[in-house]
Design a protein around this ligand. Sequence first.
Ligand code: BJW
Ligand code: ZN
Length: 253
Amino acid sequence: MHPFERPSRELTGRLRAGGALVVLTGAGISAESDLDTFRGAGGIWEGRSALEVATPEAFDADPLAVWRFYARRRKDAAAAKPNAGHLSLAEIEAARPDVLVVTQNVDGLHQRAGTKRWIELHGSLWRLRCVRCRKEWSDTRADLGTLPPKCACGGLVRPGVVWFGESLPTAAFAAAEEAARRASVFLVVGTSALVRPAADLAEIAQASGSWLVEVNPEETNLSAAADERLVGPAGRILPRLAEALRASAGDVA
Ligand code: BJW
Ligand code: ZN
């Protein structure tokens, strides 16, 4: 399988025939919005790996340090704008039925780009949860004031995201798995595909007959198994996919 930059006939043909499209996204799709990836050069926070800070152990040991990291992420995400990658997915969804974005990202940029059908597998920066009374709520303020935030009950508040060793939201994962089984095309964009069970969705989809396409400038864990690789930044590749579908929609009309 040779890597290209343009979508194949198989890919556009399946979508043109009305097949369901499921898109699994990771931090790479937000890289062109200037948000750091985890495993890239920017994934360092105060000298530690972001992956080590984003853990229940780190939060138990030093909630304030972990909150400083998330306060910064909230500020960056609030200042960021959806890029051509996010916008192209929203455009594709607007033009055809049966598109679902399943994201590992917590930044909310798909929603801001106009994507209507989405699943957040790893929670959201904009959700907060009390560790004592378990109450959960939304808070989209860029600045949360004094850190760490406290609940009305006096309990410590944590970010509503999924850390290593924690379960993914059950209903959300079940819906993503069901969609993966039904997908005619399963597009994996900007993820190293190292984190499970999110990465397993690609294998589940392919085993159920999906055409597995990877969009990434680098090789990943998934590249060898992919049916097609579109090699380049999402902000360049996804507009080409949207354009190819626009062109094929014109053919049908
Ligand atoms: C571009 C680009 C451009 C750059 N365009 N692309 C051993 C074996 C198997 C499993 C396990 C194991 N040990 C532990 C586990 C389970 C663990 C796991 O998967 N570990 C592996 C790492 C080994 N998983 C879990 O713990 C999960 N829960 C779970 O399994 O529950 C059941 C359970 C319960 C109890 C005990 C055990 C199991 C939970 C995983 C939660 C992950 N959480 C994080 C933090 C979220 C909050 C936050 O954002 O702060 O999620 S970690 C981090 O990784 C984040 C991301 O969503 C996730 C994935 O990262 P992503 O998106 O792939 O980013 P990168 O940086 O890795 O990759 C970026 C990619 O973009 C690269 O490929 C670039 O090339 C590319 N790129 N520019 C396109 N312009
Ligand atoms: Zn509380």
